[in-house]
Every structure is written in structure tokens, then in C-alpha cells.
Design a protein around this ligand. Structure first.
Ligand code: ADP
Ligand code: NI
Length: 218
């Protein structure tokens, strides 16, 4: 099967898988990440673009957050799907490794898998976690989990282990300090660094206004 047919089949599969997904992790999130990945690919050489695009498309199917914390379902489902397309084993293994390693989970752990393709998917995903879209997704997730918007008594925690990060129940504003504002400095590619800068500034402006209004300033 040629590369564009593989991508088309994968898009159809992912749309179906995410039919009932939460608004911040739905097909439109995947589509934005896919577009970001294509944009980043334009400036990168010596990478396998098919691995990057498949990784971007498949990275959030059966997300652990919506499957009682189980991190193994997504990679398994992706591998089973890719096997039906008769793609080379090495490509499948690489895409599965990307899906297993793309998540942030508080950032306090040692990564064991590295590749340029993973870095691109990670940058593409993280660009969609910041800026105006990032803010919208974060409050949508907080609402989905019925969390308070903000509680001045509950301080952000930057030292959460991956396990604690997964099970953590905190006001949505804390997520900005526990994840979103940290993403800019973790970008790998020049393209993503540039885009992240502007989106980061927008979040800072947003938070400034949020606290001004919270404190009753005019
Ligand atoms: P991870 O943090 O494991 O990398 P995702 O990348 O799937 O998780 O998170 C995607 C988006 O979902 C976040 O950028 C944020 O918008 C939202 N989200 C995830 N966890 C939280 C949370 N605890 N509070 C608010 N939003 C969250
Ligand atoms: Ni994602």
C-alpha cells in the first residue's frame, strides 16, 4: 500500500475511534496535531515522515486518562490496526514507541526511548496544549472532570511523580503551572520553539487578566 493510502486509512480509523471523545482529545485535536507535524516536517531532514504522521494520527487513541489509567490499550490497538495495513515491522514498532512515550505526565521521569520522529510528534502535540486552544482544552477537560476553576488554597505541585500526576485532582488553573507553562522550554524543533513563544505569551497575558478579575480589579 502506498504512503498516502496508508494515511487515508489511518485517518478514517482514528475518526471512528474518537467519535465519542472529550472535546480536547477528539478528532479535531488530532487534525491540529497532524497539521503541526506536517509544518515541522518541512524544516526537518533525515526523518521518516510516515512514522511522524502515523504517530501524530494515532497518539491519542484510547488515552489512559479515559481508560482508568491503563496506558497499554492505545499502543495495542494502534499496533493491531497497523498490522492490518501490512506495514513494515520496524515502522510499526517505531510508531508504537512514539505512542508510548509522547505523554507529559508531569515530566518527572527518565525517558528510555528517543528518536527525532518522537520529538516532532511531541512538539506537534504540545503546541496544541498551549495558547488559545490550549486554554480552551484545559478548561474543557476540567469541566469534563468536574473540577473547580481555581482555588487559592490549593497550590500547584511541580514535583508530582508520573503516578501522582495521573491521579491528581486539582483546580484547572493549577494545570497551567504544573504543565502548560513548562512546555515552551521543552520544545525540540526550531519551528515549534518559534510558535510556542507567541502562544506562551498569550497564556501569560490570560493568567494576568484572570487573576486581576479574580481579585476584583477593574
Ligand atoms: P499528558 O499530560 O499526559 O501529556 P495530554 O497531553 O493528553 O496529557 O493532555 C492534553 C491536554 O488535556 C492538556 O494539555 C490539558 O489541556 C488537558 N489536561 C490534561 N490533564 C489535565 C488536568 N489535570 N487539568 C486540566 N486539563 C488537563
Ligand atoms: Ni494529544
Amino acid at each position: 500500500m502506498n504512503a498516502s493510502k496508508i494515511i487515508d486509512k489511518t485517518i478514517a480509523f482514528v475518526k471512528k475511534e474518537l467519535e465519542n471523545a472529550e472535546g480536547g482529545h477528539d478528532w479535531f485535536h488530532i487534525e491540529r496535531v497532524y497539521k503541526n507535524a506536517k509544518l515541522i516536517l518541512k524544516e526537518e531532514s533525515e526523518v521518516n515522515p510516515t512514522v511522524v504522521l502515523l504517530g501524530a494520527l494515532l497518539h491519542d487513541i484510547a488515552d489512559y486518562k479515559f481508560h482508568q489509567g491503563d496506558e497499554t490499550i492505545g499502543p495495542k490497538r494502534a499496533a493491531a490496526f497497523l498490522n492490518t495495513l501490512y506495514i513494515e515491522e520496524v515502522v510499526i514498532a517505531h510508531v508504537v514507541s512514539i505512542i508510548q512515550n509522547v505523554s507529559f505526565k508531569g515530566g518527572n521521569f527518565q525517558k528510555t526511548f528517543h528518536s527525532k520522529e518522537l520529538e516532532i510528534v511531541q512538539d506537534a502535540d504540545r503546541l496544541d496544549a498551549i495558547g488559545a486552544i490550549g486554554i480552551a482544552r484545559t478548561f474543557n477537560y476540567g469541566g469534563f472532570k468536574n473540577r473547580p476553576i481555581y482555588d487559592p488554597q490549593i497550590k500547584p505541585n511541580l514535583n508530582l511523580s508520573p503516578e501522582a500526576y495521573k491521579n491528581h485532582f486539582a483546580p484547572t488553573i493549577n494545570h497551567f503551572y504544573e504543565k502548560l507553562l513548562l512546555l515552551k522550554d521543552g520544545m525540540h524543533t526550531e519551528t515549534a520553539k518559534k510558535i510556542a513563544k507567541k502562544r506562551h505569551q498569550f497564556m501569560e497575558l490570560y493568567l494576568e487578566q484572570f487573576f486581576a478579575e479574580w481579585n476584583g480589579e477593574r
